[in-house]
Design a protein around this ligand. Structure first.
Ligand SMILES: Cc1cc2nc3c(=O)[nH]c(=O)nc-3n(C[C@H](O)[C@H](O)[C@H](O)COP(=O)(O)O)c2cc1C
Length: 140
C-alpha cells in the first residue's frame, strides 16, 4: 500500500525553466533516496504536487517542503492510501501546462489560483485529474 498526498501552493516569486530545473534536481535526488515518486504541476506561479510512498517518508518530506520559503499558502487538498502508485516512473515528474486552469473535461476546470475549487471538489475528480496529467505526460 502506498500513501499519496496532494497539496497546492503559491510561489513567492515566479519560477522559470532554470529555477524549476534546479528544484527538480534536488527533488529527484532526495525522493530517490526515500523511494518517493510524484508529480509537480507548475503554472503561472502556482504549484500542485503529488507525493507518494511510505507514509513516514512522505510526511517527512512534506514537512520540509511546507517550510520552504520559496512558496506559501501550502495546503493539502487530498490524501489517501492506494494499492498502487500513480507516478511510479518519476521520482518527480514535472508538468507545466500553459493554462492557468487545469482542464478536467470539456465541462470542468480547476483554477490553480483558487484553492476553494479544490476544497469543495469531489476528491475522486481530483484523482481523475491527476491520472489525466500522468497520461498526457506519458504520451509526450
Ligand atoms: C514546490 C516545491 C516542491 C518541492 N518538492 C520537493 C520534493 O518532492 N522532494 C524534496 O526533497 N524536496 C522538494 N522541495 C525542496 C525542499 O523544500 C527542500 O529545499 C529540499 O528538500 C532540501 O534538500 P537538501 O537538504 O538536500 O538541499 C520542494 C520545494 C518546493 C518549493
Amino acid at each position: 500500500m502506498v500513501y499519496q498526498l496532494v497539496y497546492v501552493s503559491r510561489a513567492v516569486s515566479k519560477f522559470n525553466t532554470r529555477t524549476l530545473e534546479q528544484l527538480m534536481y534536488v527533488c529527484r535526488r532526495n525522493n530517490l533516496e526515500f523511494n518517493i515518486t510524484g508529480l509537480l504541476v507548475y503554472c503561472n506561479g502556482h504549484f500542485m504536487q503529488l507525493l507518494e510512498g511510505d507514509k513516514s517518508f512522505v510526511t517527512r518530506v512534506y514537512d520540509i517542503i511546507k517550510s520552504d520559503v520559496r512558496h506559501e499558502n501550502v495546503e493539502i487538498i487530498t490524501e489517501r492510501i492506494s494499492r498502487e502508485r500513480l507516478a511510479e516512473r518519476w521520482s518527480m515528474g514535472l508538468y507545466t501546462p500553459n493554462k492557468k486552469s487545469l482542464r478536467y473535461s470539456e465541462m470542468r476546470y480547476f483554477e490553480l489560483e483558487d484553492v476553494e475549487t479544490f476544497r469543495n471538489e469531489d476528491p475522486n475528480l481530483l484523482w481523475k485529474l491527476l491520472y489525466r496529467f500522468v497520461k498526457v505526460m506519458k504520451e509526450n
